[in-house]
Design a protein around this ligand. Structure first.
Ligand code: NAD
Length: 456
């Protein structure tokens, strides 16, 4: 495998050649990627099954379809997004032209995470391609089968002069980060996000960080609880809880908690059968390390639902925990697995205080029919996104930016926001150099005089 410095040199030369500036070139690369998703679907699904035992339905809906729809949307809009944006001018620039030109940054580094190993790497890459950048793609080494497959198939579809896959773990990533990039896009934990940010800092490289955290899910007693539970259980146990925007914990009164638990038992059985281990629709924990971490969290509270596990299969049943101590790991570290603790609060104000006493979450879920309470939470909390009366679905609206705030990340993408994330918005003022234009300029030239001041 070539070293990062060799690869970056190739990418930089290609960028300097101006190859990626043409929209036709970018469109061709995006169409090639689209073709890859259809022609290599079987291999992609097999790799993700080996990594996470992802069911075909989940893999198609949450990875391939998202990528394909994003390409279709980008191809439809790319000319519009790329167009110069002409801006309002005042009288002093009446004869001039002022606009914003969308320039590619240059060479981008995109580092992916293992939980959606295809989508979280390639969705930002699609934005980077559309905006005209060359890209070094770094899949997560933890989802090893998908990473290996991507290194094999990407060169068959994307121009290797401009887009290269570089595989490896922290050591190789550290090596790559010694190179100068023009933009870095990272998806992963907040702890590693800080490492990436400080490595980028030495070259003042702009950085987009898509991180994690604990996303709260507030439920009050005004909602149709059965429907709320169906949506929460789906969002929590999708990809066995290994979703950055999965509801991390429930915030509700003890009264709601008791009803929630009874309904959750019914819904879990409805979705995954009496023995969820046998369900083809429930994935597995990515690695032994994460399995050990998660089973240790089970001891932090009383199991109200589930709690079974099997190390041989890296299986953990959909689990609900109650009575966890306020300072326990399960209530303080991001869970990122199929364990859902319930935290009891007295009312909406209490819930807001609990949320605000912690890091700003990536997502916040509010289940309530009480519009005043929803507004109160919206106004008094900060999070990357909010979804009222559902979970995860805010991601499917690609006219909404997706990203975190504070500890859950910086910058955003999806749809046009991906194109913008990888574009430098260059201000251009195109002055008129004619007689009248020069007359309008005269007041600013020395020698200054009271008469000129009055003119200004
Ligand atoms: P991970 O282990 O796959 O790491 C992510 C990337 O960072 C990998 O490519 C890995 O090689 C690299 N990396 C790991 N350690 C490194 C180091 N010391 N130096 C340089 N690079 C290093 O994934 P993870 O961190 O376990 O991911 C889980 C976290 O990611 C969770 O917190 C989750 O919430 C978050 N996440 C966020 C999003 C989002 O869109 N905001 C999406 C998925 C996951």
């Amino acid at each position: 495998m070539a070293s990062p410095s060799e690869i970056v040199a190739v990418l930089r030369n290609s960028f300097k050649s101006g190859k990626t500036l043409s929209l036709e070139y970018r469109i061709k690369q995006l169409k090639n990627l689209h073709r890859m998703y259809t022609e290599k679907e079987k291999e992609i699904l097999t790799a993700m099954y080996k990594d996470l035992r992802k069911s075909k339905m989940e893999a198609v809906v949450t990875e391939l379809d998202i990528l394909i729809n994003d390409i279709k949307n980008t191809l439809y809009n790319i000319r519009q997004w790329h167009k110069n944006e002409y801006v309002h001018k005042d009288i002093a620039n009446l004869l001039d032209t002022a606009y914003i030109q969308k320039d590619p940054y240059g060479v981008a580094l995109v580092i992916g995470s293992w939980n959606y190993p295809l989508q979280l790497l390639l969705l930002p890459v699609q934005g980077a391609i559309a905006a005209g950048n060359c890209v070094l793609l770094k899949p997560s080494e933890v989802s090893q089968f998908t990473a290996k497959l991507l290194a094999e198939i990407i060169p068959q579809y994307l121009d290797p002069d401009c887009y290269r896959v570089y595989n490896g773990g922290p050591e190789e990533t550290t090596e790559a980060l010694k190179e100068k990039f023009d933009i870095i896009f990272y998806t992963g934990s907040s702890a590693v996000g800080k490492i990436i940010h400080s490595a980028a800092n030495k070259n003042l490289t702009p950085t987009i960080l898509e991180l994690g955290g604990k996303s709260p899910c507030y439920i009050d007693n005004s909602v149709n609880l059965k429907r709320a539970v169906r949506r929460i259980i789906w969002g929590k146990f999708l990809n066995v809880g290994q979703t950055c925007v999965a509801p991390d914990y429930i915030l509700c009164t003890t009264d709601v908690q008791n009803k929630f638990i009874e309904l959750a038992k019914e819904v879990i059985t409805e979705y995954f059968g009496k023995n969820p281990k046998e369900s083809p629709d429930l994935g597995r924990i990515i690695s032994d390390k994460h399995f050990q971490r998660l089973t240790a969290l089970l001891k932090d509270g009383n199991v109200a639902v589930g709690g079974e596990y099997d190390a041989n299969e890296k299986y953990i049943a959909p689990t609900i925990l109650i009575n966890a101590k306020i300072n326990s790991a399960v209530l303080n570290e991001e869970i990122f697995g199929p364990i859902l603790p319930i935290v009891n609060i007295d009312d909406t104000v209490d819930a807001i205080q609990y949320i605000n006493s912690r890091e700003k979450p990536l997502a916040l879920y509010i289940f309530s029919d009480n519009k005043n309470d929803v507004e109160l939470i919206l106004k008094n909390t900060s999070s990357g996104s909010v979804c009222v009366n559902d979970t995860i679905m805010q991601l499917t609206v690609d006219t909404l930016p997706f990203g975190g705030v504070g500890n859950s990340g910086m910058g955003s993408y999806h749809g046009k926001f991906s194109f913008d994330a990888f574009s430098h918005k260059k201000s251009v003022l195109y002055k008129d150099l004619g007689f009248i234009g020069e007359k309008l300029s005269e007041a600013r030239y020395p020698p200054y005089s009271p008469g000129k001041m009055a003119y200004l």
